[in-house]
Design a protein around this ligand. Structure first.
Ligand SMILES: CC(C)(COP(=O)(O)OP(=O)(O)OC[C@H]1O[C@@H](n2cnc3c(N)ncnc32)[C@H](O)[C@@H]1OP(=O)(O)O)[C@@H](O)C(=O)NCCC(=O)NCCS
Length: 313
């Protein structure tokens, strides 16, 4: 089924969100879900209307570090082509109005195929399958043996550049969402890492070996657990036990914060990282498919092109 040409897709006017949401959420769905409330409170919404009646909407959440998350489109009746138009319009707003360079969406990897097809039709591409992992942490983990060769330095304003340089060096030959390379600056990536849950600078460390920075581990408090927002070793220092030492340090940081659990997300294609995490007792809890607007697609969004750019590029 294709979308009728008379359907108008446009940014919602102020105050329009609640009304649009009520009309596209069937009464049978019962009390407003958390997701619906989130939508209603958003100003960043695009709506689809036919002859003045709402037939669909899509929202995005802008975040610091020039990124934005697209929420799933809601339609009165599922229509893949209309869903693609809504997703594209929301992505365009996220890029043009909110200045996002990383525009992404997380999908259920086992959902119906017409959902990813709509994202593809909107010009997004599959970035990665993300594996979410957890590990219990106990006060005893504070005594995990630390690597004696490494010198540990916590994050501080005066060390920001050393963190930024080291994080950038860990992107070389990475298996961790490599297609994100060059999309945003490392300063943007750090800003996003800082904004995940509660930033605690004493749980961010750079590791030095013979006075040279060789890796970082960054842990935040996310909903009462220690979230490993990033861990990386510079390319020429890999396979010498530094990744494991960083992870041990991250577990100790979590135990020091008194948190009972650690969480992280890794690219399912990142075999080195998955082996490292599994080896330290992390277990998979769920998967999500991450989709994003590739660099070439951003230019088309900026130009306001309506049709999805050719895929497979
Ligand atoms: C993943 C990463 C941190 C591993 O660091 P490292 O210092 O090379 O890891 P270590 O030498 O401490 O190895 C620890 C374990 O990791 C696993 N591992 C590391 N490299 C591996 C590889 N190339 N292939 C398979 N397993 C690997 C192994 O289980 C290894 O244990 P073993 O040596 O007993 O076999 C590093 O490759 C890296 O920084 N990559 C780029 C950034 C990244 O992917 N970060 C993770 C974000 S989720």
């Amino acid at each position: 089924m294709t979308a009728s040409p008379e359907i108008e897709v446009r940014p919602a006017l102020p105050g329009e969100a609640r009304r649009a949401l009520d009309l596209v959420t069937p009464a049978a769905a019962g009390p407003a879900s958390e997701d619906a409330l989130l939508y209603a409170n958003l100003g960043h919404l695009v709506v689809a209307a036919r002859a003045g009646a709402y037939v669909g909407l899509c929202a995005f959440i802008p975040n610091v570090g020039r990124c934005a998350a697209l929420l799933p489109p809601r339609l009165v009746e599922w229509d893949e082509a209309l869903a693609a138009r809504l997703i594209r319009a929301a992505a365009r707003e996220a890029h043009r109005r909110a200045g996002a360079l990383l525009v992404q969406a997380l999908l259920d990897p086992d959902g119906p195929p017409s959902v990813p097809a709509a994202y593809e039709g909107a010009g997004l591409e599959r970035l990665a399958t993300l594996v979410y992992m957890r590990r219990p942490v106990s006060p005893d983990d504070r005594r995990l043996p630390s690597d004696r060769e490494l010198e540990w330095k916590p994050y501080g304003r005066l060390r920001h550049r050393e963190f930024a340089r080291t994080i950038e060096a860990t992107y070389e030959a990475t298996h961790d969402c490599p297609r994100l390379a060059g999309l945003r600056s490392v300063a943007d990536a750090i800003a996003t890492h800082r904004s995940t849950g509660t930033f605690s600078p004493r749980a961010w460390h750079v590791a030095r070996l013979e006075s040279r920075a060789v890796g970082v581990e960054l842990v935040n408090n996310l909903q009462g657990r220690g979230e490993l927002v990033y861990l990386g070793v510079v390319a020429d220092a890999r396979r010498r036990g530094i990744g494991r030492a960083l992870l041990v340090r991250a577990i100790r940081d979590t135990a020091d914060m008194g948190l009972p659990q650690m969480g992280l997300a890794a690219d399912a294609a990142n075999t080195p990282a998955l082996h490292l995490y599994e080896g330290m007792g992390f277990k998979e809890v769920r998967r999500r498919a991450a989709w994003f607007v590739p660099k070439e697609g951003l230019a088309a969004l900026a130009a306001g092109a309506d049709a999805a750019s050719p895929t497979g590029s």
